[in-house]
Design a protein around this ligand. Structure first.
Ligand code: V55
Ligand code: FE
Length: 483
């Protein structure tokens, strides 16, 4: 490969320089003591472009998916890392260059590009004996849970007829069902939405299909015991624009933050629409629950467009320092005829990549784990400009007391999305360990840090050293060994 990656913020610096590493590391070095009682696997996925972008530059979300698997047993950790061998990746490897143009715009691809355009780069989750690698633009790709060998596109035995599948499925903690949704479910630019419940052994139990007033991004969604909520971000899709080589998404400052609320066991006639404030961006779901006909959804919300790479029609993107964000609670009152909603803040600081104790998904809950950015904390300017998605705090938030317990890793560290591991199968909510990747910018390497959820401020009880730098990732999950 002779062409270098561009020296743009998307391909340089500690977080975004491509890593491109597939690896096998047996018994990683550990500083501190990892409790032997932690047994299971942490899976995660990062966009990591195999080749420099065909068009000279590209966005983070368009990188090829590379999956990492950290196996925890007897106080030791071993890792394996493999690209998802998508059709798209294999076509590039065959030709020795990138063949894909604008993000989610197949009209701009090289004629030698694979038909299936997905990078499978957004999350990984075990289901029915395979590891699913997911991106919201296509069906999942399956991998072997252990070897990470790619098995191919996953249609759930032909039961899922949608063109797309969410990168934020949930596992119902009571039934073990996989809860999922789709948008642009009948192809690029279609306003079709769908909801799916799939049993642990892979049977499609229920599906709901309906239409939104327009096609817009539904990046994450929310489930409660009885309801499912689709947040439509004011980023809309126009196939004509795509045919002219334009972006898949465009920010619409005059559209509301729109929500569809549907009973999980209902159908298209039961959909209720709610409108939030305009010019706002619904982020990732922390958790949601319903009580007495009210549906509560907690998520970071930002005033204005945080995706600078999907500008509005006149090209405007707000300067990052003007974007105020906090964790918010949306309340959808199904007993009321009002269709306007206003979110209420739960934190006074910006945060993202929220995770709950997975045993409480969709149920009344009290705790969140988050990445946050505190601009008052020191930052070493020798590390270069602060990159997109820079988080210098790893947080445990008690929603009932409002107490934030956080660890700051110093002026040259930033985190990737955390996961929570219960101390034991029957431990109280949020009692256990928080695990996150930490990028040590000045040292050009990464570690997996393990903190006690009840004492975040003291910092890691164990630091698991990774002998290379891990590029910024998106999402992952923890699977405990079967007891
Ligand atoms: C997001 C991420 C994506 C994507 C669309 O975080 C939205 C939001 C990694 O890919 O394709
Ligand atoms: Fe996401």
């Amino acid at each position: 490969m002779t062409i270098p990656f561009p020296q743009t913020p998307e391909f340089s610096g500690a977080l975004y320089t491509p890593s491109r590493v597939e690896a096998e590391v047996f018994d990683l070095e550990i500083e501190g003591v990892l409790p032997a009682s932690i047994g299971g696997t942490f899976y995660q996925v990062a966009p990591d472009p195999q080749y420099p972008p065909m068009l000279g530059n590209d966005i983070f979300f368009n990188g090829d998916g590379v999956v990492s698997r950290f196996n925890f047993a007897n106080g030791k950790v071993s890792m394996r890392r493999r690209y998802v061998k998508t059709d798209r990746l294999l076509a590039q490897r065959r030709e020795g260059r990138s063949l894909n143009g604008v993000y989610r715009n197949v009209y701009t691809n090289d004629r030698l590009a694979a038909k299936n355009n997905t990078t499978a780069n957004t999350t990984v989750i075990p289901h029915n004996g395979v590891l699913l690698a997911l991106k919201e633009d296509a069906l999942p790709w399956a991998m072997d849970l252990d070897t990470l060998e790619t098995l191919g596109e996953w249609t759930f035995d032909g039961q899922i007829k949608s063109a797309t599948f969410t990168a934020h499925p949930k596992l119902d903690p009571v039934t073990g069902n996989l809860l999922a949704c789709s948008y642009e479910a009948k192809g690029d630019g279609t306003p079709d939405l769908a909801y799916f419940e799939i049993s642990p052994d892979g049977k499609l139990l229920h599906e709901i299909w309906f239409q939104a007033p327009y096609a817009a991004m539904v990046h994450d969604f929310a489930v409660t015991e009885r309801y499912v909520v689709f947040p439509l971000i004011p980023l809309t899709v126009d196939v004509e624009r795509m045919k002219n080589g334009g972006p898949h998404f465009q920010w619409q400052p005059d559209l509301p933050q729109l929500f569809a609320v549907v009973p999980r066991n209902g159908n298209a006639q039961d959909v209720r629409w709610f409108k939030g404030p305009k010019d706002g961006f619904q982020g990732h779901t922390l958790n949601a629950f319903d009580e007495d006909g009210k549906v509560y959804v907690d998520m970071p919300v930002t005033g204005g467009n945080i995706f600078y790479f999907f500008p509005q029609a006149d090209g405007y993107v707000p300067p990052p320092e003007t974007l105020a964000a906090s964790l918010m609670r949306w309340t959808f009152d199904l007993n009321s005829a009002l269709d306007e909603v206003e979110p209420q803040p739960l934190t006074d600081y910006p945060c993202e990549f929220p995770r709950c104790d997975d045993r409480y998904i969709g149920r009344k809950y009290q705790h969140g784990f988050l990445l946050a950015f505190d601009p008052e904390r020191p930052y070493n300017p020798a590390n270069g400009p602060i990159p997109f998605q820079f988080f210098n705090l790893l947080v445990h938030l008690n929603l009932k007391t409002g107490i934030t317990d956080a660890w700051f890793p110093g002026d040259s560290g930033c985190f990737q999305e955390p996961i929570f591991i219960p101390r034991s199968a029957d431990a109280e909510e949020a009692d256990g360990y928080v695990v996150a990747l930490l990028n040590l910018i000045a040292e050009g390497r990464s570690e997996l840090v393990v903190l006690d959820s009840r004492d975040m401020a003291s910092g890691p009880i164990a630091r698991i050293r990774i002998p290379f730098r891990m590029r910024m990732s998106l999402h992952g999950c923890w699977t405990a060994d079967p007891n």
